[in-house]
Design a protein. Structure first.
Length: 465
């Protein structure tokens, strides 16, 4: 062990080695940074030797291998693109909605240049970022006014804090939901300063429950769309229109609906789900609605608030408006997305497109993959019918018929194969079902098919050797 430790070269010798300059050039590294990595690598090698672990190769070669691996980890981005082969269209863990080409182009253009984020080009004076997409939101929803914050959870907190702080807000017990990350409506109401007043029961709430709960301290009635679960059976709910009618009992009562998913394209006309469309909800006379930008809307993460001008104007002037504001790239992506709705091109948005794909179109994608993968002898492929999920806490009961390929490998378990695909470059995230790897082609694009074939080829080369 002592001989091995003595053979570990000092830092200054490694700095003179040709590999030092090669790595600097290859990874565009500053010499000071590479020197720091070398010190870390040497410490790791010493600790390995001292702990009695075996080093199979020449100590110098081993050290440079360690340095190279450390440099790769240092230079590799943490936020990576992955291929979603799970069939879950709005996969929260994989970033939810993919942006449309138009939205991406808008982001690139705005991010690459200065912009009029808060500059009025006509007057040459300071402008408001609220103006950037407000007209578009009004056009596609029919709202009197609108604004955007950084996500819908922020929108809920903002509205409750602005209009319900220190006052009573009435909510049905059946709508006190918890969504991902332990975000609970009851908890966010407490944080906002609003006083929660529960009415009805888990499965049944009636209009009279709300009427009886109204008091001089009531500021708002909140309806929460239970987008991530569905209660069936012996149930009763109160419609948004019925809640609006409560205003006749209390003049200044605010009726607010948290719509969650943000549907601007009526999927019910295509026989998919029962999600309320934003436009139709606003037509009931509700005062305020809020919804997400990166769910069924198909845009970037954002919380969109729309409704009556008198309330939106107050929100724009509130101190939290600055705390919760979004940046230029989110505005650019949202504008590109909303333009598609305004121009009757909603089907160009990936989320909408993927949900509306026919099973025949998905089958065609799977067949293209099979034709390209015939030379891979280690794997066995089987075309199967499956159900895709919408995901993202939306339409939990909806299953969309799809086509997938079930994969088996000669010498690998399904879990090992899934792990290898996930850890490869690019990362391919699959579905494990009944101890089989499943590639659902509803969420795989034509351009991703050659990349998946190559991922399997790399695995075959690794394990065949």
């Amino acid at each position: 062990m002592k001989d091995l430790l003595r053979n570990i070269p000092p830092v200054h010798e490694l700095q003179k080695h040709k590999t030092f300059y090669f790595l600097c050039k290859k990874y565009n590294l500053d010499e000071t940074l590479l020197t720091s990595i070398i010190r870390q690598a040497l410490d790791a090698v010493r600790n390995k030797v001292i702990s009695g672990q075996q080093i199979e190769k020449d100590i110098n070669s081993y050290i440079w291998d360690e340095i190279d691996q450390m440099v790769k980890r240092k230079c590799r981005p943490r936020l990576l693109s992955v291929i979603n082969a799970t069939g879950t269209i709005l996969h929260t863990n994989l970033g939810r909605a993919r942006l449309s080409r138009e939205a991406i182009d808008r982001v690139v253009e705005v991010a690459s240049n200065y912009s009029n984020l808060e500059f009025n080009i006509d007057s040459g004076k300071r402008g408001s970022r609220h103006d950037i997409v407000e007209d578009l939101i009004k056009e596609v929803t029919g709202a009197e006014a609108a604004m955007v914050v950084n996500n819908n959870a922020a929108a809920v907190f903002f509205i409750l804090n602005a209009f319900g702080k220190g006052k009573e807000v009435i909510v049905s017990r059946g709508q006190l939901v918890e969504i991902g990350g332990s975000f609970r409506i009851s908890s966010i109401m407490e944080e906002s300063g609003a006083v929660l007043v529960e009415v009805g029961t888990t499965n049944k709430t009636h209009s009279k429950d709300y009427e009886e709960a109204l008091s001089d301290e009531t500021a708002m009635v909140l309806k929460v769309h239970t987008s991530n679960f569905k209660i069936v059976g012996f149930t009763q709910d109160v419609s948004t229109q019925q809640l609006v009618e409560l205003k006749k009992f209390q003049e200044n009562l605010i009726v607010y609906e948290d719509l969650g998913s943000g549907v601007l394209f009526d999927f019910t006309e295509e026989g998919i789900g029962e999600e309320p469309v934003v436009q139709k909800v606003l037509e009931t006379g509700v005062d305020i609605v809020s919804f997400s930008g990166d769910k069924l809307l198909g845009g970037p993460q954002a919380g969109i608030i729309a409704g009556k001008k008198q309330y939106i104007d107050k929100l724009k002037k509130h101190q939290l408006a600055r705390v919760l504001r979004v940046d230029k790239m989110s505005f650019a992506a949202l504008e590109g997305t909303l333009q598609a709705y305004a121009n009757n091109k909603a089907k160009d948005i990936p989320v909408v497109r993927d949900m509306l794909l026919t099973i025949e179109e998905v089958r065609e994608r799977a067949m293209v993959f099979l034709d390209s993968a015939t030379s891979l002898e280690m794997f066995h492929w089987e075309l199967v019918e499956v159900d895709s999920m919408v995901g993202g806490g939306t339409m939990p009961e909806v299953k969309i018929p799809s086509i997938a390929i079930r994969v088996q490998a000669d010498i690998l378990s399904s879990q090992t194969l899934a792990d290898e695909l996930r850890k490869g470059t690019p990362s391919v995230v699959v579905r494990l079902q009944d101890q089989h790897v499943i590639l659902d082609f509803r969420t795989i694009t034509q351009g991703e098919i050659p990349k998946i074939v190559e991922a399997f080829r790399k695995i075959e080369l690794t394990y065949r050797d």
